[in-house]
Ligand binder design. Sequence first.
Ligand code: URA
Length: 251
Amino acid sequence: MIRLQKYLAMCGVDSRRACEKIIQEGRVKVNGDVIIEMGHKVSSDDYITLDDKEIVAVLDKKYYVMNKPRYYLSTVKDPKGRKTIMDLLDDDIKKYRLFPVGRLDYDTKGVLLLTNDGDFMNMLVGPRSHTEKEYLVRVKGIVRKEDILKLSRGTIINVQGEKVKTRPCKAYLDSIDRINNSSLIGIIIEEGKYHQVKEMLKSIGYETIRLSRIRFGRITLEGLKEGEIRELSIHEVKSLIGDAKSKSQEI
Ligand code: URA
């Protein structure tokens, strides 16, 4: 028997603290009775519901890659009711209570990993993570070679009101469109600061028109149409974990 809030957290409903709040709000029933006291103990034999929907213990760890389309939020829920990536999942996948590994902006498309394994997520997106993320960014104007050099050396960007220096990264000029006066730049970063790519481009004087993430570690969009997802193979999961670990030892 374990405490209700711990059970809910183990089932992936939310953090233990957030589950306490959910219980206090009277949203959880055990065998049909609303339970609001924290000490209540339950087991997997109890019929537990949240907002009248059954809570199923999800013990399987799951790992997916999605080709996120533009104009979807990469969050589980949106209080304003906008479309989220969860709207793209079938019910038989939703039952695993997946969450995104990091974020892509509303108007960014491309590789987004999904999992229900919090340790995996922390390994790949925490401040100590050094997993490579590759982006293609179309900017207004004709980019010069020296600008690419500036990007690769790291620039000073604005992160939620604070000035932050980005780490050195790889950048390349993919192509120039003189007719439409724009350039396509590739950039490979290991960090994941808020709006990092757009802010890096802005810091050297370019406005982002479109942004897509084409790679996360070794995972690409190969075989995935926009909005589609596929489960990662064990080999792919192990390679992501292995790369994240070996990178953190290099530092
Ligand atoms: N950098 C950005 O600016 N936006 C993203 O969505 C991802 C990286």
